[in-house]
Every structure is written in structure tokens, then in C-alpha cells.
Design a protein around this ligand. Structure first.
Ligand code: DQA
Length: 143
């Protein structure tokens, strides 16, 4: 069974409460539930994690080497700021899919640049929580 790490960055633990007009009413637990359901159908084993700490995300990415076959990442605000995440992702030799609930390219200009995008084989944005399922399906195709 292929193993996939699903990483979520800062403030995604506040989904459901946070700007529901942009991110909707589903919580991160709901997103996790969708991912677990999709993983079961696709025959993937997933680890679903969230952190508000850049360094913790960097460590999880480093530790993914040799353990996981694919990475699905919503780096949230660190997408637009974190060279450290970019460098950590560069070391990984597994397919990386970038996912966002909203479409950052259609929002404020400071969200248009992504440090993750150059390292991702595929980007899914603006599809809401079902973007995570689409990301897992894409990873499944690739693996
Ligand atoms: C986000 C988009 C980012 O710009 C923002 O900082 C987030 C969430 C999304 O899923 O739409 O925290 O990654």
C-alpha cells in the first residue's frame, strides 16, 4: 500500500470558524474525514497532520524521506512566505501536490506567489475541501 502524507499549515485548524465566506463551513476534521474516505477507496494509507509552526512542518517534510510515497500539502500562509519549506520540499524525491481550498491567484496580490508551486507536480486550488480528494486521486495515478 502506498503511503501519503497530508500536511496542513497555519490557521487551517480554524477551518469552519475562519472566514467561512472564503473557506466554507467544513472543519479540518471534516476535511480529514473526506481524505480518509478517499484514501480507503484508492487503497492509500494516509497520515493527516496540521501545524501552526513552520519548523515543525519543515521537520515533518524532512522526516518524510523514505517513509512516504507522496505528499499532499496545503502550506496555507507559508505557501507565500516560506523559503524554508521550499528548501525542505526540494530535498524530497516523491511527488508533491499543492492544494488550496480557495484560489490564492484570484485573491490579494500577496497570495499570488507560491514557494511550493515550483516543486509541485500538480496544483489544485479553488475547489474547496474536495480539492484534497482530487489531490489524492492525482497522487494515486502518479504512484
Ligand atoms: C489557503 C490560501 C492561503 O493564501 C491562505 O493563507 C491560507 C489558506 C487555502 O487553502 O485557500 O491559509 O492555503
Amino acid at each position: 500500500m502506498k503511503r501519503v502524507l497530508v500536511l496542513n499549515g497555519p490557521n487551517l485548524n480554524m477551518l469552519g470558524l475562519r472566514e467561512p465566506d472564503i473557506y466554507g463551513h467544513e472543519t479540518l476534521d471534516d476535511v480529514k474525514g473526506l481524505c480518509l474516505e478517499a484514501a480507503e477507496k484508492l487503497g492509500l494509507a494516509i497520515d493527516f497532520r496540521q501545524s501552526n509552526h513552520e519548523g515543525e512542518l519543515v521537520t515533518w517534510i524532512q522526516d518524510a524521506r523514505g517513509v512516504y510515497d507522496g505528499l499532499l500539502i496545503n502550506a496555507a500562509a507559508y505557501t507565500h512566505t516560506s523559503l524554508a519549506l521550499h528548501d525542505a520540499l526540494k530535498i524530497l524525491d516523491i511527488p508533491i501536490i499543492e492544494v488550496h481550498i480557495s484560489d490564492p491567484k484570484k485573491r490579494e496580490e500577496f497570495r499570488h506567489f507560491s514557494y511550493v508551486e515550483p516543486l509541485a507536480v500538480h496544483v489544485i486550488a479553488g475547489q474547496g475541501p474536495k480539492g484534497y480528494v482530487q489531490g489524492l486521486e492525482k497522487l494515486c495515478e502518479l504512484l
